[in-house]
Write a protein that binds this ligand. Sequence first.
Ligand SMILES: [Zn+2]
Ligand SMILES: [Zn+2]
Length: 186
Amino acid sequence: MKAAILNNLDGTFQIEEIEIDEPRDHEVLVEVKASGLCHSDLHFAETDFGVPLPAVLGHELAGVVIAIGPEVREFEIGDHVVGSLIQFCGHCKACQAGRTWQCTRPEQTLRADEGDHPRLCRHGAPVTQVFGTGAFAEKALVHETSLPRFPGNCLSRRLLCSVAARSPGRARQLTPLRSGPATQWP
Ligand SMILES: [Zn+2]
Ligand SMILES: [Zn+2]
C-alpha cells in the first residue's frame, strides 16, 4: 500500500510503497478514508522524540473496517470508525474502572518491539506506526481499543474527519471499552 513516510526529521513526507500485515488477535484493518494533519504530527516530523525512523504518522483516522482479527468482538467488516491516539488494554484496574487514559499496560495494544513480525514493513524492515495508528496511509492496522465506532455507519468524510481531528481522546472516552454488550456512541 502507499503511505506518507517520515524518513528524516525535516518536516517532509515521502509517498512510498510499504507492506501492511494481516490482522491478528484484537487487531482491526481499516481502509483510511481521511486523516487529520495535527500539530502533533508536525512536531513529530521535526523533533526527535525517540521515535525510530522510518515512521508513519497520522492518528486522526476516519475509515471503514475491511478485516478483523479472530479475537475482535466489537467490530465487523463494514463498520465506520474513527481512531484515537489513546492506547489502552481494556483489562487492567484503571481500564475496568473506566479510566482508560490511566491504563497501566498500553503496550499490550501493540506488537512486541523485537521478535515479532511488525505491522508495517518496508522491504522487510520495520516501519514505526506512531501512536499505534499510522493513518497517513491507505490502510491502518490498529488495536480495537483505539477505534470508537459509529453506530449506523454514518460515514461522511467531512463528519468523521472533523470528529477525529477535534478530539480523538474525547471520542474514545465517550465509548470506553468494558466487558459486556457493545458500547454505543451517545
Ligand atoms: Zn492530534
Ligand atoms: Zn489498561
